[in-house]
Design a protein around this ligand. Structure first.
Ligand code: GLU
Length: 307
């Protein structure tokens, strides 16, 4: 096993030399301006030590990584009623696909694709709305400065025709019960939360610690719920590249089209990477590569017999 600080520095240096970086998410106009040369990484280890390299303190749009925090909030506020409207199966389809909804009576496959997240957010829109999600993220990260980037939220609202279609389609099946006009803004705002790698890695600590607060040890979510969140991240966290991520990296993770990925080595580390260029499935190209290198060097893999 390698030294963590040296490994992270070496990975950041290697990523800075990469010339193939993928394309930024141009379909959200505000994200199309982001410089693809950014790369950041932050790792919080089991003892709470933080190791960072590159642009680890620069905020970026967390996009679909917010789906993890929204699910935590929905489960806290609504319990297992969440599972009445959304499944727990990988979709094998694009993040914004509508095709399965018709065949499956409007019930999205999982909470980490857009349709599933909209169904989850509809529950929250009827309880605490965006403030509840933001409060949850701030509490988990221990950072009251985390905020929604209003320009990104407005940019998504102006161009979010597919999300509007998904929400309306699910509404026709009764899977969304509130007004679509109430659900969509909350969804766009949660996606537009801006966080740095360091803040994101801090927000993921409870998942490394079986649902417990890293400082007080108090349960933030039950151990069973933490395990289940990780199971969903492993099987559904990277859209139609979830199997490939499990194969190459071997850790539960959730990506977003802002180029961030939150990955968890249970009992070992909470890891956030960011590089805005994406693969064709919408996952950060260099972020995935960096996680592969890190997981391999540190021998962090949930399928290791000693994990
Ligand atoms: N806000 C993005 C959308 O709804 C999130 C997509 C993602 O990060 O996967 O298209």
């Amino acid at each position: 096993m390698s030294d963590l600080a040296a490994t992270i520095a070496a990975i950041a240096a290697a990523m800075a030399r990469e010339t193939t970086r993928g394309a930024v998410a141009g379909y959200i106009p505000e994200l199309a301006h982001v410089d693809p040369r950014h790369f950041g990484i932050a790792v919080v280890d089991a003892e709470g030590r933080e190791h960072v390299a590159g642009d680890a303190d620069l905020p970026f749009s967390i996009q679909s990584i917010s789906k993890v925090f929204a699910l935590v909030e929905a489960l806290a506020a609504h319990g297992d009623r969440v599972w009445a409207r959304v499944g727990r199966e990988p979709s094998g389809s694009a993040f914004n696909s509508i095709v399965q909804l018709e065949a499956e009576a409007g019930r999205p496959r999982n909470p980490f694709i857009n349709a599933g997240a909209l169904a989850v957010t509809d529950l929250i829109a009827g309880s605490g709305g965006t403030p509840a999600i933001l409060r949850r993220v701030r509490d988990l990260a221990g950072d009251p400065t985390i905020a929604v980037d209003a320009a990104v939220a407005a940019s998504e609202a102006a161009t979010g025709f597919r999300n509007a279609a998904l929400a309306n389609y699910m509404k026709s099946f009764g899977v969304i019960d509130g007004p679509v006009e109430r659900t969509l803004p909350v969804y766009f705002e949660q996606c537009a939360i801006a966080m740095s790698c360091r803040q994101l890695a801090r927000a993921g600590r409870f998942l490394m610690h079986g649902g417990r607060c890293p400082t007080s040890g108090a349960p933030l979510v039950s151990a069973e719920r933490a395990r289940r969140l990780l199971a969903l991240m492993l099987t559904c966290g990277h859209y139609d590249a979830s199997g490939e991520f499990a194969f190459q990296v071997g850790l539960p993770g959730k990506s977003g089209v802002g180029g961030g990925i939150l990955a968890i080595a249970p009992g070992r580390a909470s890891i956030a990477v960011w590089s805005p260029g994406l693969s064709k499935q919408g996952n950060s190209l260099l972020g995935t590569r960096a996680l592969e290198l890190l997981a391999h060097a540190m021998m962090w893999n949930v399928f290791n017999p000693d994990e």
